[in-house]
Structure formats: C-alpha cells, structure tokens
Ligand binder design. Structure first.
Ligand SMILES: NC(=O)c1ccc[n+]([C@@H]2O[C@H](COP(=O)([O-])OP(=O)(O)OC[C@H]3O[C@@H](n4cnc5c(N)ncnc54)[C@H](O)[C@@H]3O)[C@@H](O)[C@H]2O)c1
Length: 339
C-alpha cells in the first residue's frame, strides 16, 4: 500500500502567496523577495496606480480588483492560497481629504472583501500594510500601544481596515500581522523595483526627480509646524528593510500561530529641511523654497521600534539616510534612461 504525505502541511510551510497591490512600489519589492525564497507568488492588482513594468515575470499576474469579491474568492480557492499580503489601497493623503467615498470604497470595503473572500479557503495568514499615519500627531517616539488618532481620511481608512483584519481573524481563524509602515523610500538592491508613481508627493521621490535636472528646486510644504525647524518630521525606512520585515513576519505568525501589530521604522525622525540638506550634499546648485502646508499633513511622527526588534529579531540593514536618498536617485536615473 502507498502512503502520500503532505510534507508542506507537516512542516507548516507557506507556499501559495497572494500579493494584492503586487504591481506597486512596495508590493513589487516584496514579490521579488518572495520569489527568491521560492514561493509561488500570485500578484492581484488592477494597475490603478501600479505599473506593468513592476510586474515580476516570475510571478503569476492576475489583473483583478479587490472590490470584486467573487473574483477574489475564485482566485483564492482555485490557486489554493495559504497566505495573503494585502497592500492594495489608494494612498494620496490630500486626495483622500476630498474624495472620501473613493477612499472608503477602495481601502475599507476592499479590505473587507479580502478577508471575507478567505471564508472556507486555505488562507491561514494575512499581512496587512497599515500606516504610521493612524497615530496622528505624536510627541517623541510612538509605540504600538498608543491609541490611534487618525488626522486625515487616508489614515482613518487604514485604522478601520486594521479593525476589520482583527475582528475577522477569530471568526475565520487566520493569523495576522498588521505592519504600520513609516515613510518608505529607496529602491530594491537589484535596482529592478522602485517607486514610479509621482502623484503622492513623497519627499524622497520628489528629490530624486529633481536630481535629474541641472537646477533642482525642492518645494517644502509648511515651515510653521511645531518641530525643531518648523518643517514636518518623519521616520524614513528603506524599502528593502521593509520588504524583509514582511517575510520575517509571515514566517513568525505562521510558525507560532500568533498575530502581531508592529511599527516598521528606524526610530529616527528627520525634518524635511534636514533631508533637503542631505540632498544638497549629493547635488550641487540645489535651491529650495517654502509653500503653504498640504492638506492632512501632521507635524511629526517617528517609531519606537523595540517591539519589532525583540519579536522578529529584526536588524535594519539600510538605515543610512544618505544611502536611502542615493538608492532613490539611482532608480530614478534608470527610469529616465528607459523612458
Ligand atoms: N509608500 C509609503 O510610504 C507607505 C507608507 C505607509 C503605508 N503604505 C501602504 O503600503 C501599500 C502599498 O503602497 P505603495 O507605496 O506601494 O503604493 P502603490 O500605489 O505603488 O501600490 C498600490 C498598488 O495597489 C494597486 N491597487 C490599488 N487599488 C486596487 C484595487 N482596488 N484592486 C487591486 N489593486 C489595487 C495599485 O494598482 C498599486 O499597484 C498601501 O496600502 C499604502 O497605504 C505606503
């Protein structure tokens, strides 16, 4: 008599991973890292803000919208998905203040669909990309126990999504890791995946675009915030370190059958002006000027990262602001060459 043993089940492995938003900036980097680990990766993306260029050829691409629960469900069952990394969302803070319905529908209802689609499936792990913006304005380094206090609509959609992920985890019996990203910057070490989308107004993306010009000009939005030099303070994390956190978090929750909420930042706040001055050392002839505040920006937020260091034994590898900016510029040059 022959016995068939399901080895994956025995050693509790994750194999078939669905990455919503996998054709975007952060998702494409995570996909690259999952493929290096020999995972079977399914990118689920509607390319609303993502790019064909960022679709990894070694992954399976599904052109789908998380607003369509029936299609999501069909894919999760058919592809025997065991873990989901859910990144698909809209993330333009200023736009979210004006187009609230659009943001609710995509970010909150979309997340509800992702978890509901897991009913009666093999999904046992969900990783969710949340944001430090849920904390609002904070004094000093913020830890995960701080009561969320979203100050803009985008942040509110992330907070509501976190609650959905938590609530359904008991009912549907999955482990979750809620990862609260601080400000993400830089490109993958291969320089094959980086930020293309320009409309978010991310500072380091703007800097890298300007770096290609003979006379770069940086606009700083607001110089009357309650911070050391009046400009906003943020905690910038290299996308390669952030991607690595996803892989570590997935392994952890799967192995331990536990759920987690983790800050993903280096624990060091830089003001916009400080970042611009670092850029000034890389690029001569830099000019900067001040404009009015942008809608929804908070004064300052940076991470207390003791928890992630302790639980995941995470050690940042790329936490040098100079190198983060250089990595973003290198990617921008490549984008420009291939236009
Ligand atoms: N970039 C940051 O600094 C930052 C900080 C905190 C949190 N986040 C979160 O990280 C995630 C990824 O952000 P990113 O910077 O890679 O942005 P991105 O725009 O590059 O990626 C988002 C991806 O999701 C896809 N998408 C959006 N709506 C969809 C839908 N309804 N169905 C299917 N696909 C859809 C887009 O096409 C895109 O490929 C988002 O959830 C964002 O809120 C980002």
């Amino acid at each position: 008599m022959m016995y068939y043993i399901n080895i994956d089940k025995m050693i509790n492995k994750t194999n078939n991973i669905l990455v919503t938003g996998g054709a975007g900036y952060i998702g494409s980097h995570i996909v690259e890292d999952l493929i290096k680990e020999k995972k079977n990766v399914f990118i689920f993306d509607n390319l609303s803000t993502g790019f064909k260029k960022l679709i990894n050829r070694k992954a399976n691409f599904i052109n789908g919208d998380i607003k369509n629960i029936n299609f999501l469900k069909k894919i999760i069952i058919k592809k025997q998905i065991d873990s989901i990394i859910h990144l698909a969302a809209f993330l333009n803070v200023s736009e979210s203040q004006i187009e609230k319905k659009k943001y609710y529908s995509n970010n909150v209802s979309g997340t509800l669909n992702v978890v509901r689609a897991c009913k009666n499936s093999k999904v046992k792990n969900i990783i969710f990309s949340s944001s430090c913006s849920i904390y609002g304005n904070v004094k000093g380094a913020v830890n995960e126990k701080k009561k969320p206090n979203p100050q803009n609509y985008y942040a509110l959609t992330k907070y509501k999504s976190e609650q959905i992920i938590k609530t359904y985890s008991k009912k549907l019996k999955y482990n979750y890791a809620i990862l609260r990203y601080f400000n993400v910057a830089g490109a993958s070490q291969s320089n094959n995946f980086g930020e293309i989308q320009e409309k978010y107004g991310h500072l380091i993306k703007n800097i890298s675009i300007e770096s290609l010009k003979k006379k770069p000009h940086i606009y700083i939005f607001g110089n009357d915030y309650k911070t050391k030099d009046g400009t906003c303070v943020r905690d910038y994390i290299h996308v390669s370190d952030l991607s690595d956190i996803h892989l570590k978090a997935l392994k952890y929750i799967n192995k331990k059958s536990k759920s987690l909420i983790l800050n993903c930042g280096y624990g060091r706040g830089y003001s916009v002006l400080e970042i611009v001055k670092v850029f000034g050392k890389i690029k001569k002839n830099l000019f900067y000027s001040f404009k009015n505040r942008r809608l929804g920006d908070v004064d300052q937020v940076y991470a207390n990262n003791k928890k992630i260091k302790k639980i995941l034994k995470w050690k940042p590898k790329y936490n040098n602001i100079y190198k983060i900016i250089q990595s973003a510029i290198k990617w921008e040059k490549k984008l420009y060459r291939n236009k």
